[in-house]
Design a protein around this ligand. Structure first.
Ligand SMILES: Nc1nc2c(ncn2[C@@H]2O[C@H](COP(=O)(O)OP(=O)(O)OP(=O)(O)O)[C@@H](O)[C@H]2O)c(=O)[nH]1
Length: 336
């Protein structure tokens, strides 16, 4: 906090000296002006705690100075005490207050009264300064807090993303898929609408890895995942990588025939990639086998039931020669 400044204005140097004497002992810096013009100029360079203003001065008098100060945004809040020897009854006092003065003292000044008034204004100024510093600090802290909050939200979003996403393919991971399966199972139990699951497994992927290397195997997994993402599906359908070379699509409110349609589309799209797989005993390119299961969820049964049925269908598709779809509901008949 800076030392409070007091502007003393009087055209007579001896009066300025008297004021200085009366102000002795205050922890304040005194700035002097011998005319109204000089006083106004000082107000532009300093922030005063108080102005002691002589009324009668040649040129611009004290009232004019006060009026001009009240009209200016930077100076209108500065308290003014008019100090004058001329006492012309209440009309002058009134004029002083009208122009914005906060007090009006007559010469000769009563030392006790004068000093106690000045003391009050210095204290007020210091309180105002302390308040504005606290306000600034508070604003700074508020900005810091908002930044921290934003960082926290971003970190939480990233954490959530990491905990629900498969790092290799960007698809949902097993953990999230399992949650969704349970949620949709419960929803289906309430609505009585069917829930379908399409389970996919890349054929002879061990041989693919052995032939082309693990890195190329990873690229292949990404490519299959990207193909799944491109296949048009409804917003509520969820695609996940649920195991090494195993993928799943959860299809809420979809019956068996709808799920078979999706399953065939997916299998055809992967086949159409024509991605070479020279060590595949069943095809010259990367293919997938697909198992489909569809159920109207029953409240007492676990959601895993759907997964188990789809798994049985997938096993059947593998047994049927791979690169095909099997549906559990269709008596495990191969459908492609
Ligand atoms: N590159 C790569 N390979 C993986 C990843 N996860 C699992 N695998 C491999 O996938 C292969 C799966 O092999 P298997 O379960 O024997 O099945 P498969 O060779 O695909 O044979 P079928 O499923 O019967 O057609 C294993 O060799 C795993 O090491 C992965 O993240 N990246």
């Amino acid at each position: 906090m800076g030392t409070p400044k007091i502007l003393i204005v009087d055209d007579r140097p001896e009066n300025l000296l008297t004021l200085e004497g009366l102000l002795e002992g205050f922890d304040a810096e005194l700035v002097r002006a011998t005319s109204g013009e000089q006083a106004l100029a000082h107000t532009l360079d300093h922030d005063f705690a108080l102005i002691l203003l002589d009324v009668q001065m040649p040129g611009m008098d004290g009232f004019e100075v006060a009026e001009l100060m009240r009209g200016n945004r930077k100076t209108k809040h500065i308290p003014i005490i008019f100090v004058t020897a001329s006492y012309k009854a209440s009309e002058h006092v009134f004029k002083g207050y009208e122009s914005g003065a906060v007090d009006y003292l007559l010469k000769p000044l009563n030392t006790m009264v004068f000093r106690s008034k000045v003391g009050v204004f210095i204290e007020l100024f210091q309180q105002r300064q302390a308040l504005s510093e606290k306000t600034l600090e508070f604003d700074r802290k508020l900005v810091e807090l908002e930044e921290l909050q934003q960082q926290l939200e971003e970190t939480n979003e990233q954490l959530l993303m990491l905990s629900t996403t498969d790092g290799l393919t960007g698809l949902l991971n097993w953990r999230r898929f399992d949650e969704l399966l349970n949620e949709e199972w419960k929803r289906g139990s309430r609505t009585g609408r069917p829930l379908s699951l399409v389970l996919m497994d890349i054929d002879h992927f061990k041989a693919y890895n052995d032939t082309y290397g693990h890195q190329v195997g990873d690229d292949c997994l990404r490519e299959v995942a990207a193909t799944l993402v491109k296949i048009p599906m409804r917003a509520m359908d969820k695609t996940a990588r649920i195991g090494g070379e195993e993928f799943a699509v959860l299809l809420p409110e979809t019956d068996c025939s709808g799920a078979i349609e999706v399953a065939n589309r997916i299998r055809e799209c992967v086949d159409a990639l024509e991605k070479p797989h020279r060590s595949s005993p069943t095809a010259g390119n990367v293919t997938i086998s697909v198992g489909v299961a569809s159920l109207v969820p029953t409240p007492g049964d676990p959601a895993r039931k759907l997964l188990e049925l789809a798994d049985v269908a997938l096993y059947q598709a593998k047994s049927d020669g791979r690169n095909c779809c099997c549906c559990h509901q269709c008596s495990l008949e191969s459908i492609a």
